[in-house]
Ligand binder design. Sequence first.
Ligand SMILES: Nc1ncnc2c1ncn2[C@@H]1O[C@H](COP(=O)(O)OP(=O)(O)O)[C@@H](O)[C@H]1O
Ligand SMILES: [Mg+2]
Length: 332
Amino acid sequence: MYSIETKSLSKSFGDVKAVDDISFYVESGEIFGFLGPNGAGKSTTMMILTTLLKPTSGHALVSGFDVRRNPKQVREKIGYVQQETTVDEYLTGRENLLLQARLNHIPKDQIDSRIDEVLELIELSDKQNEPVVTYSGGMRKRLDIAGGLLHRPKVLFLDEPTVGLDIQTRRKIWEYIKKIHEEFEMTIFLTTHYMEEADQLCDRIGIIDGGKIQIIDSPQNMKSAMGNEVISLSIENTESEKLFLSELEKIELINKINQDQNKIILFASKGTEVIPKIFQISSDLKIKIISISLTQPTLDDVFISYTGHEIREEEGGFNRRREHAKMKRLRA
Ligand SMILES: Nc1ncnc2c1ncn2[C@@H]1O[C@H](COP(=O)(O)OP(=O)(O)O)[C@@H](O)[C@H]1O
Ligand SMILES: [Mg+2]
């Protein structure tokens, strides 16, 4: 049984098709992410799966329960951390969690130990008795996530868990998400418009744009399907350079070779298999390699190839633009 499964799920707001006929599944125990720009339909999908919105058409099952027919059972199985923090600033961290525990009908005799457990997990035990107004953005987010864990959900929904946080804080939150995933053995469904976040956290990613899923795969597969790892190579000036190049051309995994003075740039489908072959050829020809490097295609490249556009800077803040422009130039 899948943790999440949708069939032809759609949601319209008037003329706007926010979610347009999407079908996907999330395996139990997976970290699955929707990657897409603002307005792609990520939050709408999540709100349907968490029973807060009714779909216009199609089906969705969460933990085996139909979100439309069995919303109560679905809610018992899930934790949902919204994009905006929902903690009360004037209460302490612990008081916020107490409130959350009561809302979730956690048995009275277990409340304290559950709160201790989640505070420990997200490392807020020290700050638990201080009002949230004194917390940083990252700490508030952690407290929010802790609140979503109190009833030990089978499936945790995180809507843009690190949006608006600085990069160090985001990295920290990623660590906590990984830790939670391991410790609770839960399924996590998250949305993000940060490429790096999807790349770092997700076992599989669905790229969503204009309410439609463009592709679902692991980040690694997506990147290698681009078939364009870049190997940069510089060699010592030598008479055998022409011969060297013609030998390189014979390597099947190499798609293209560019040369710029003593720098050679190779585009290859499987860089790690190509590199030993390069060393073999250079040693046969007694050519000295001064430097060699392998660059993976980025998820940026993948995103553009499926959607025809970048996630804009102001949305993504993912500063790979220059690198990407370079890749495009190299590929052209
Ligand atoms: N309550 C609503 N009423 C009208 N339009 C909405 C509503 N919620 C979302 N939308 C529209 O649906 C589309 C998808 O929005 P949303 O799911 O919030 O995207 P995302 O979370 O990927 O940024 C957008 O065009 C948005 O304007
Ligand atoms: Mg959203």
